[in-house]
Ligand binder design. Structure first.
Ligand code: CO
Length: 504
């Protein structure tokens, strides 16, 4: 048995190396690659992806799993350490997911989504849904085929969700989101009814980009992001990418006339980066050296971005630095006004610009619609109207056109159905973790106010980062907080914070 597991680890470490090489090609493509190289780069990446897929689904791999007695109905082998048990669970999961998808289907999805992304961009530009609707229909057909190939017991959405949030079921998510929706709409209507005005126009003054970058670098250093093992570059959309256990890079972009975009983008990606860099050395080079789910990953970025970065204590420390870099823009703004401004609540059309209170409502809207689309309860032609109706129900507003409504996100054109919920899960997990962090580190607020994040980072490393994928998201949540995912903590956090800001 030990020999089989050792061999599996050898095969896996080669797969990890190939994946990191592929990631380097992607990072380069998004940052410095000359645009003329795009076609050749796609071929290089496709070659590597093919090599990885071949190794993941190889006969040798299949043979080892069968010798170990592992199958869809049994993923456990007795007498192993917790880490080896988790390694087998994840290695088999990867094998199962990749070997169940016919190569022809994978090829079709890749082709159709690359066409669809271009059509989506054109449709959004022209605010004309019909340009993209045929592509979306094709994608939904392929996504349904994918779900059937992967298999499910309850809901066709289950295998799609599982791709991004392993082991989570649609049913559980629906229940969680129902209580989130109830709590959020109640809080939102109280905020709106309060009549309290929060000033935020000053965030749209002139903020020179080079100064914004300086501020970003400063905050990352304080957070404990080590530039010996990472970088911060520019890209069209911010992302964090792992090129190895000692090389985790971040990207960001800045808007000279909107302050929050750049800085909070940096803190967000910094949170993702710290997770990847905090994985225990003994897991390095294996598939366990990764975030355990997208939801948990997002909890780490949101915890830094919102729970710390948008807190009063943080700005008591950081505001003098910001004011020194942007003397003209912030001259007449005191720290209390600034804090309220970056936390202004207002229902808006665009998800990525939404505040902490309305953000999850944007996600629930998408979750409701994509579930209905894949199960066939909603037809693509009726989607724009369904979107507007959900928007009225959840946010009380109707988008003036499809580019501010159903066409605003790229995800569906990429076939990424099942992805959106992980953003909301990130907020919920972050609140649940942060509550325990505050209990175990009673001085946390004073530390943040002093710009000292070392105790927070040490806590996150010990409790969350170091174990990588050893525990599933559900297991990790229970280990750290003593209970499974509970949305009440997010609602309590919002209630307290926004109750104070809006005087309700
Ligand atoms: Co993120």
């Amino acid at each position: 048995m030990a020999g089989n597991i050792e061999r599996l680890k050898e095969l896996d470490s080669e797969i990890q190396r190939l994946s990191h090489i592929a990631a380097l090609l992607s990072w380069d493509q998004e940052t410095y690659m000359p645009e003329g190289a795009v076609e050749e780069r796609s071929e290089q990446k496709a070659l590597l992806e093919g090599m990885i897929h071949e190794r993941v689904t190889s006969l040798e791999m299949a043979d080892i799993f069968s010798k170990l007695g592992i199958s869809d109905s049994n993923a456990a082998v007795s007498g192993l350490t917790a880490t080896d048990q988790a390694f087998l669970r994840e290695a088999y999961r990867r094998y199962r997911l990749q070997s169940k998808l016919p190569t022809e289907l994978v090829r079709k999805i890749a082709k159709e989504t690359s066409l669809a992304v271009a059509k989506w961009a054109e449709a959004r530009e022209k605010a004309d849904f019909t340009i993209f609707s045929g592509n979306l229909e094709t994608i939904l057909t392929l996504v349904r085929e994918k779900a059937d190939a992967l298999g499910y017991e309850e809901h066709i959405y289950d295998p799609l969700l599982d791709e991004f949030e392993p082991w989570m079921k649609t049913k559980e998510l629906r229940e969680v989101f129902q209580s989130v929706q109830k709590g959020l709409t109640a809080l939102l209507s109280r905020i709106t009814a309060s009549g309290t005005k929060v000033e935020s126009d000053f965030l749209k003054r002139e903020y020179p980009v080079d100064k914004q970058r300086q501020l970003s670098l400063s905050v990352l250093k304080n957070m404990g992001y080590d530039f010996k093992f990472g970088r911060l570059d520019l890209s069209a959309h911010p992302f964090t990418i792992t090129l190895g256990s000692t090389d985790v890079r971040l990207t960001n972009r800045y808007d000279p006339n909107f302050f929050p975009k750049g800085l909070f983008g940096t803190i967000h990606e910094g949170g993702h980066g710290l997770y990847e860099l905090g994985i225990a050395p003994e897991l390095h080079g294996s598939l366990l050296a990764d975030g355990t789910s997208m939801g948990i990953h997002e909890s780490q970025s949101r915890l830094w971005e919102n729970f710390i970065g948008r807190s009063r204590a943080f700005w008591r420390w950081f505001y003098p630095q910001a004011k020194e870099l942007f003397p003209a823009a912030l001259a007449d703004i005191d720290v209390a006004t600034f804090y309220r401004g970056i936390n202004r609540v207002e229902p808006s059309f665009i998800r990525v610009e939404a505040d902490e209170v309305t953000y999850n409502l944007h996600i629930i809207l998408r979750f409701n619609l994509e579930r209905a689309l894949v199960s066939g309860d909603l037809q693509v032609k009726d989607l724009p109207e369904a979107w507007n109706q959900e928007s009225r129900e959840l946010l009380g507003i109707t988008p003036p056109d499809v580019s501010l409504g159903v066409l605003q996100d790229i995800h569906w054109s990429m076939g990424g159905i099942g992805y959106f919920p992980t953003y909301a899960l990130g907020n919920l997990y972050a609140a649940q973790f942060f509550r325990i962090l505050k209990q175990e580190l009673p001085l946390v607020e004073a530390q943040v106010e002093g710009g000292n994040f070392s105790a927070i980072l040490a806590w996150l490393r010990e409790k969350i980062h170091s174990s990588g994928r050893v525990y599933t998201a559900g297991e990790l949540c229970t280990r750290v907080t003593g209970e499974s995912l509970n949305p009440e903590y997010y609602l309590q956090y919002l209630e307290e914070k926004y109750g104070a800001i809006y005087g309700i």
